[in-house]
Write a protein that binds this ligand. Structure first.
Ligand code: UD1
Length: 344
């Protein structure tokens, strides 16, 4: 029997896909989520895919008493994957304290409880946002960290520093920090996917909502960047590929596969795609047109960033495998499923 894993934010977008992969790999899972940006019905989707309903505690990780009582109820948790965080860049500019309190207190509470309860390791969701506008692409884990341009981005940088300081101070656990590039797509079953609140800020949910007619047209933020077609370049990584990396990271810590107490990996494909190329890929893959127009640049956008994933490929033995066309089809199938269920 594999040890139980606590997934914070496990009903969210990346969290739910990771719970599926953990359960399929034989790990019992308990989710803690306050449902502030997700829906309890995600548990049904996870159960339909895996045949197993994960244990679920509705609580906020900034409430340390709630985290402790979860550990009382579910003894034997050996690993934590921490997804619970606020993640909207724009909102973080309006409500910085909310972001610092939520993201940092959650992490610090988990680190305290890990030491109390003999948890062996924590996987932390970080972001390529820590590299800011890189001087050189693709970025490696050694690329310089740039000053964060939003409180959201700053919480990721500070969180990485907190974990490093706590482990260097002799904490009795390990950590794997995963820097995600741009997670997109949905589970191929279309049972779970991304469910943004209100008007989506990120490209793919806005794109699929436009394709299905909820939005009139997609705005492409700028075509005057220093890129081949003038639109921004990102490294779009399939959410299921991303989820699988978490299972490997957990195993690495629990089985003491590395002598390092803290490790950092870039999770990307290694391919940069422009916004216009991505729209084109979606249209070709699905046969569905996406009405779009070029508008001005979005404040704070990075011109281009993509990963050098070689370190993760070689050391974790993980590689992004899903072709981007398949990812676009899964994103579309999920949007169609939401429509079928009358959700959107
Ligand atoms: C941002 C954050 C990243 C965070 C991610 C998920 C930064 C620098 N990046 O990524 O840390 O993890 O959100 O919340 O803070 N675009 C359009 N039209 C749209 C929406 C987006 O053209 O309607 C373009 C953007 O200009 C960008 C690309 O699509 O070039 C991707 O945008 P988005 O999905 O918002 O992600 P990022 O800004 O890369």
């Amino acid at each position: 029997m594999k040890p139980r894993i606590l997934v914070t934010g496990g009903t969210g977008y990346i969290g739910s896909h990771t719970v599926v992969e953990l359960q399929q790999a034989g790990y019992p899972v308990v989710i803690i989520d306050d449902l502030s940006n997700s829906n309890i019905e995600v548990l049904d989707g996870i159960e339909r895919i895996t045949g197993i309903r994960p244990d679920f505690v509705e609580a906020d990780c900034t409430d340390i008493a709630a985290v402790r009582s979860l550990f009382d109820k579910y003894p034997g948790i050996k690993g934590i994957i921490n997804f619970a965080a606020s993640k909207a860049v724009g909102e973080s500019m309006q409500k910085p304290v909310l972001y610092y309190r939520n993201n940092l207190n959650t992490l610090m509470n988990l680190l305290d409880v890990m030491a109390e309860r003999d948890v062996k390791g924590i996987v932390f969701s970080s972001s390529c946002t820590v590299y800011g506008e890189p001087d050189v692409n693709p970025v490696t884990e050694q690329s310089p960290i740039k000053k964060a341009t939003s409180p959201y981005g700053n919480t990721k940088q500070i969180s990485e520093e907190i974990i490093t300081d706590v482990i260097n101070a002799g904490a009795p656990f390990k950590s794997v920090i995963l820097r995600y590039f741009n997670p997109v797509g949905a589970h191929p079953s279309a049972e779970i996917g991304e469910l943004p609140n209100g008007v989506p800020q990120n490209l793919i949910p806005f794109l699929t909502q436009t394709a299905i007619g909820i939005r009139k047209e997609l705005s492409v933020f700028g075509n005057d960047y220093n890129t081949p077609d003038g639109s921004c370049i990102r490294d779009y990584i399939d959410v299921v590929d991303l989820a699988k990396a978490h299972v490997i990271a957990v195993e690495r810590m629990l089985d003491d596969k590395s002598s390092e107490k803290i490790e950092i990996f870039n999770l990307g494909t290694g391919n940069g795609l422009s916004v216009l190329e991505l729209i084109n890929t979606f249209e070709t893959a699905t046969g569905v047109k996406v009405p779009h127009k070029i508008v001005g640049r979005r404040a704070g956008d990075i011109e281009k960033v993509w990963a050098n994933p070689q370190y993760a490929n070689e050391v974790l033995g993980w590689k992004a495998e899903t072709p981007i066309a398949d990812t676009m089809r899964s994103a579309w199938a999920w949007q169609c499923k939401l429509r079928e269920r009358g959700i959107m």
